[in-house]
Design a protein around this ligand. Structure first.
Ligand SMILES: [Zn+2]
Length: 246
């Protein structure tokens, strides 16, 4: 007797609900975790065939305008922007510049005068202290560069800046190393690129944790490029009236 009541209930009410819930949950998970964004699609296109998209690329050591504070630190396509989200709860703290060359070939330069530090255990990273932020001179900021090593963690940072070096003055345009694909974990590479971010000072002459976007600055005005992923949904950011300088 009971089953004659239960079966129609299951069939006409509960089952459709379960199906709707499952489909909705699946779509939600797809959106959150494995959605290929237009930006990701363009990065894949660039990596597969950079030669046919050279107009997406920005030259190393260029500035968009004469008054632009920072030199562009390396050559390539700015594939991911500051404030892009790669997964739920994540916000990208910097910009990712993808080369058209292989790991270890594309030079990376200092964007601005400052004092270089490389912590003793940093294989692929360095940070440059800029005592006076060119946009807010009362603030000290730090310019962070990473992925300068190969898949095994062999460093591409030039010999002038060995691990452990601290507060060494470098001029803007100084060669720092080469773009690599080291992710931080040996054998698990990322696409060859430079990750560059502007990190805030902790008020005690040290940098805040770069992994938290709240501790970093929107680089747009420092390069005169639309580099905020939240507001730039469009194409690759390239200079409108680019003039090359030093
Ligand atoms: Zn990055």
């Amino acid at each position: 007797m009971k089953s004659t009541i239960k079966t129609p209930f299951l069939k006409w009410f509960l089952l459709p609900l379960v199906i709707i819930f499952t489909v909705s949950a699946g779509f939600f998970i797809y959106q959150l975790f494995i959605r290929i964004t237009p930006r990701t699609r363009r990065v894949i296109t660039w990596i597969r065939n950079p030669q046919t998209h050279q107009d997406w690329s920005t030259e190393a050591l260029s500035r968009c305008r004469e008054s632009t504070p920072f030199l562009f630190p390396t050559a390539g396509y700015i594939g991911f922007l500051w404030n892009d989200s790669f997964r739920p709860g994540h916000r990208h703290q910097g910009i990712d510049i993808f080369t058209s060359e292989s790991s270890g070939e594309t030079p990376v330069y200092a964007s601005f005068d400052g004092y270089l530090t490389r912590l003793p255990d940093w294989k692929s990273s360095l940070i440059i202290r800029v005592p006076r932020d060119p946009l807010h001179p009362q603030n000290q900021i730090w310019l962070y560069y990473t992925h300068l090593a190969n898949i095994e963690g062999y460093s591409y940072i030039v010999d002038d800046f060995p691990a452990g070096v601290s507060d060494l003055f470098v001029k803007e345009g100084t060669l720092l190393g080469f773009q690599g694909n080291f992710s931080g974990t040996i054998g698990k590479p990322v696409g060859v690129h430079l990750h560059f971010s502007i990190v805030m000072d902790n008020g005690k002459n040290n940098f805040l944790n770069e992994l938290n976007i709240q501790n970093t600055l929107d680089p747009s005005l420092y390069f005169d490029l639309p580099l905020n992923g939240k507001t730039n949904h469009g194409d690759s950011p390239v200079c409108q009236n680019q003039d090359s300088s030093p």
